[in-house]
Design a protein around this ligand. Structure first.
Ligand SMILES: NC(=O)c1ccc[n+]([C@@H]2O[C@H](COP(=O)([O-])OP(=O)(O)OC[C@H]3O[C@@H](n4cnc5c(N)ncnc54)[C@H](O)[C@@H]3O)[C@@H](O)[C@H]2O)c1
Length: 445
C-alpha cells in the first residue's frame, strides 16, 4: 500500500464537491442503516439518491411515508419532498453519484457461514458503472478482508485505478435504533481506506455529516473494529447469562448482584441477562470472524462458547416457565401463555432474530397455547425462519389476567406498569421489568 498521499485531480475535485455540498451521494440498501444515512446527508445539504431492490420502499419514501417506526414520517416527508433527494430501484443512476455507500444485508447461511451474496451483487452493479472521481464505501458488517477481496478485484476489472481514478473504503455502521442519547451524527465513525487518497476522500465525506471521524490504517482494521465491538457484547451477554443460571441455583438474584457490582466506578461494565440474543448484529456478526479465523487455521473459541450459551437461553427460559406453570397446579399442555414483546429490544419495532419467536415455538412444542403482546409489532410478520400467524393482543390488565402465565421477553416501557400485573397468576420475567413488590408471583428467569 502507498503510504504517501498524492492529491490527484480526482481527489481535489472530490474534496471541493464535499466542501461546496455539490457532491451527490448514493446510498444502496434503504434499511435500518441506509435510511438514516440518506436523511443525514440530506439534512447536511447534500443531494442524495437512495437505491433499493424493493420498489415498495422507494415508492413509500418518495410519497413521504416511513416503514421504520422510530424514523418519523415527518423527517421522511421533509427530506423526500426536497428535490435534492429521491429513492429509486434504477441502478443506472449510480452514474450520477460521486460517493456510493453500501448498506446491504450480510446474513448468515444455513451453516452459519457468511452470506455475501448481497455485497457481491452490489459490487458487480457498481463495477459495471464505476467512473473516475467516485468513492465507494462498504458499511455492511463483515469479516476483515471483504473490501479488499470482494470489492477491489471487481473494480479492478475496469480500467480504473484505486487511489487515483476512484476511491474505496470501509466504514462500519454503529447505528443503535431507538437510542435517545446517540444518533448517526454523534456516534464517532471509524474509516479505513484502501490507500491514503481513499482514506482522505472518505474522511472528508463523513467529516461533513458526523461530529467525529476516526481514521484507521486499513479497511481490515475498520472491518475488525466493528466485529470486536459486537463480539465484546456477545461474550459479555453470554457471561451474564451464565451467571444468571449459576446464581439462580444458589438462590441469589442476579439482578441485585449486577446493581451492586456496577457501583464500582472503574473496571466493570454492566451487561444484563435475557432470553437469548436478537437483532441483525450480535447473534450473527461474531460468526463472520469465526469463519474467517478458520481459514487462517485459528479458532475463535470465545465466540463459539458465547454462541452456545446464548443459544441455550430460550430453552432455559421455557424450562423455567414450564416449572412455574406446574407449580400453579397446571400442566403446560393446554396452558394459555402470553409472551410479552416480539421485537428484540425495547421500544422499537425491529423483530429480526428476536428470541421471542423461539420462546413462542418452544412453548407451543410443549403443548401451550401461546399469544403475544407487543405494542410495536401488531402483526407477527413472516420471517426467514418463522411464521407464527399471530397478532398482538391488547396491552391491558384485563387481557393479562386471562393467561395461566406471562413470559416477559422484551422490556418495552409499556410493560413496566405495575397495574398490568394485578391479576396475573405467574410472571416469568427474563428482563426484570415486573415491578418488585407487585402482587403477582414472579420467577426471574
Ligand atoms: N440494523 C442495525 O442496527 C445495524 C447496525 C450496524 C450494522 N448493521 C449492518 O448494516 C447492514 C445493513 O443492515 P440493515 O439493518 O440496514 O438491513 P435491512 O435489512 O434493514 O436493510 C437492508 C436493505 O437492503 C436492501 N437490499 C437487499 N439487497 C439489495 C441489493 N442487492 N441492492 C440494493 N438494496 C438491497 C433491502 O431491501 C433492505 O431495504 C448489515 O450488514 C448489518 O449487519 C446493521
Amino acid at each position: 500500500m502507498t503510504t504517501q498521499l498524492t492529491e490527484t485531480t480526482q481527489l481535489t475535485q472530490f474534496l471541493d464537491k464535499v466542501e461546496s455540498r455539490t457532491l451527490r451521494v448514493g446510498v444502496i440498501g434503504l434499511g435500518y442503516v441506509g435510511l438514516p444515512l440518506v436523511l443525514l446527508f440530506e439534512e447536511r445539504g447534500f443531494p442524495v439518491i437512495g437505491f433499493d431492490v424493493d420498489p415498495q420502499k422507494a415508492e413509500m419514501l418518495n410519497a413521504g411515508r416511513t416503514y421504520i417506526r422510530h424514523i418519523g414520517e415527518e423527517r421522511i416527508r421533509k427530506a423526500f419532498t426536497n428535490e435534492r433527494v429521491d429513492a429509486t430501484t434504477d441502478f443506472h443512476r449510480l452514474e450520477e453519484c460521486d460517493a456510493i455507500i453500501i448498506c446491504v444485508p450480510t446474513p448468515l447461511g444455513a451453516h452459519r457461514e457468511p452470506d455475501l451474496k448481497y455485497v457481491r451483487i452490489t459490487a458487480e452493479t457498481i463495477a459495471a458503472r464505476l467512473r473516475r472521481g467516485q468513492l465507494v464505501v462498504l458499511e455492511s458488517t463483515t469479516y476483515p478482508g471483504t473490501t479488499r477481496e470482494e470489492l477491489l478485484p471487481r473494480f479492478e476489472e475496469t480500467d480504473l485505478t484505486c487511489g487515483t481514478d476512484y476511491f474505496l473504503a470501509f466504514s462500519p455502521e454503529r447505528e443503535d435504533p431507538g437510542n435517545e442519547h446517540f444518533n448517526t451524527r454523534t456516534i464517532p465513525k471509524v474509516v479505513g481506506g484502501m490507500d491514503p487518497a481513499s482514506l482522505r476522500a472518505a474522511q472528508a465525506l463523513y467529516g461533513a455529516i458526523v461530529d467525529t471521524v476516526v481514521p484507521v490504517s486499513s479497511p481490515e482494521v475498520a472491518e475488525s473494529s466493528k466485529l470486536l465491538e459486537n463480539i465484546f457484547r456477545a461474550v459479555n451477554i453470554a457471561l451474564v447469562n451464565e451467571m444468571k443460571v449459576v446464581f439462580e441455583r444458589m438462590g441469589i438474584d442476579v439482578w441485585e448482584v449486577i446493581e451492586a457490582a456496577k457501583t464500582k466506578p472503574f473496571g466493570f461494565m454492566a451487561f444484563y441477562p435475557g432470553p437469548g440474543l436478537g437483532g441483525h448484529c450480535i447473534p450473527l456478526d461474531p460468526f463472520y470472524l469465526a469463519w474467517k479465523a478458520a481459514e487462517h487455521g485459528t479458532w475463535a473459541r470465545f465466540i463459539e462458547l458465547a454462541g452456545e450459551v446464548n443459544a441455550g437461553m430460550p430453552r432455559y427460559v421455557v424450562d423455567r416457565a414450564v416449572e412455574a406453570i406446574n407449580r400453579e397446579g397446571k400442566s403446560v399442555v393446554g396452558a394459555q401463555v402470553l409472551v410479552l414483546g416480539l421485537s428484540y429490544k425495547p421500544d422499537i419495532d425491529d423483530d429480526r432474530e428476536s428470541p421471542s419467536f423461539e420462546l413462542i415455538e418452544l412453548l407451543q412444542e410443549r403443548g401451550a397455547i401461546v399469544s403475544y403482546c407487543d405494542p410495536y409489532v401488531p402483526v407477527a410478520r413472516r420471517g426467514r425462519k418463522h411464521d407464527l400467524g399471530l397478532q398482538s393482543v391488547p396491552c391491558t390488565a384485563e387481557e393479562f389476567a386471562r393467561y395461566d402465565a406471562i413470559v416477559v421477553s422484551t422490556p418495552h416501557s409499556q410493560f413496566k406498569d405495575p397495574s398490568l400485573y394485578e391479576n396475573v397468576k405467574v410472571a416469568v420475567d427474563t428482563r426484570n421489568v415486573v415491578p418488585r413488590g407487585a402482587a403477582v408471583r414472579v420467577v426471574r428467569a
